[in-house]
Ligand binder design. Structure first.
Ligand code: FAD
Length: 281
């Protein structure tokens, strides 16, 4: 398929890129793994495309004051293999490693993935469990939004016209923390039919903090506060996992019904929590 005609720009600075998308009509091009197929299928027809590929520094991964800064153009492969993410935020590295195939991980970026906000994408579950935030910059503003406010609906985020995701901020792993990302991968694409990110703080068998986030089940990823509370108040893993997804809208498609997705979310929440607890101890 051939896309509609569009203008292409490859700015050399972030300022130039912000100026080029300031009127909100153009689209940012990152890895192109989602945007290019959408344009070729004519599901998207932006009049202009602004490629961030030449903007320096946007793929940096670093730590400062206990916060991991991940540039929007960091690829899934860079996040999977960076000593910073592996050492200080291993849940995100593990999640990146589960995405698609080698080609997709070499091209796709964290900024592109979260901006696209596919309901079956992997990062949203990890970023919610990590209580991460997203920095959004426009020609006129610079603001940071919690992941819980960033992901709003299927393919819908808090990004305003003219804004670019410049980095994702993730608190570094604390002592006595354990984590696990568990996923049922679609056999063709690798996208999450259901994915569960678990993060716990546990000492001598007592869980003082639990974060459980689910992707793939409904239109957007969510944190399951009821299941978290059960664990934090002394409930066991089986009890907590059994309520995951209760009351949440569940997607049905040719591959899996909503009920089956909910069942998978519970089974994989139990597995993710058990692994997270054993890693924390
Ligand atoms: C075969 C295949 C398998 C895949 N499997 C998985 C999988 O298992 N799990 C998973 O999570 N994903 C999967 N993906 C999606 C993949 O992770 C993509 O990398 C991701 O969805 C889009 O990232 P990108 O960098 O390619 O963005 P692009 O395709 O370039 O852009 C996507 C959208 O985000 C916008 N955008 C990009 N960067 C920014 C920015 N910095 N600021 C604001 N807007 C921006 C673009 O304008 C566009 O609307 C798969 C994709 C393919 C093709």
């Amino acid at each position: 398929m051939i896309p509609h005609e569009f203008e292409y720009a490859s700015p050399a600075t972030l300022q130039e890129a912000l100026h080029l998308i300031a009127d909100g009509s153009g689209k940012i091009l990152a890895g192109g793994m989602s945007l290019i197929p959408m344009m070729k299928l004519r599901l998207a027809a932006p009049p202009s495309v602004v490629d961030l590929g030449r903007v320096p520094g946007l793929n940096q991964i670093s730590e400062s004051g206990g916060v991991i800064h991940i540039g929007a153009m960091a690829t899934h492969h860079e996040i999977e293999t960076s000593p910073v993410t592996l050492g200080r935020c291993p849940l995100l590295a593990e999640t990146a490693a589960s995405i698609g195939d080698t080609q997709v991980r070499n091209m796709g970026t964290i900024g592109g993935s979260i901006a696209h906000a596919d309901p079956a994408a992997d990062y949203p579950a990890a970023l919610l469990a990590l209580e991460a935030s997203v920095r959004l910059v426009s020609a006129k503003s610079d603001r940071t939004v919690a992941a819980s406010e960033f992901f709003q609906d299927a393919f819908t985020t808090a990004i305003e016209p003219g804004e670019i995701v410049v980095e994702v901020l993730v608190p570094a792993e604390d002592v006595n923390e354990g984590y696990k990302y568990e996923k049922v991968a679609h056999p063709a694409s690798g996208f999450a039919v259901v994915g569960v990110a678990a993060r716990v703080k546990s000492q001598v068998g007592k869980i003082s903090m639990a974060r459980i986030a689910v992707t793939g089940l409904g239109p957007r990823a969510f944190r399951d506060a009821a299941a978290e509370k059960l664990l934090e108040s002394g409930g066991d893993v089986a009890k907590a996992a059994a309520v995951v997804g209760e009351g949440e809208e569940a997607n049905s498609d040719l591959y899996a019904s909503g009920d089956y997705r909910r069942h998978l979310a519970r089974v994989h929440a139990a597995r993710a929590l058990a692994a997270a607890i054993s890693r924390a101890s």
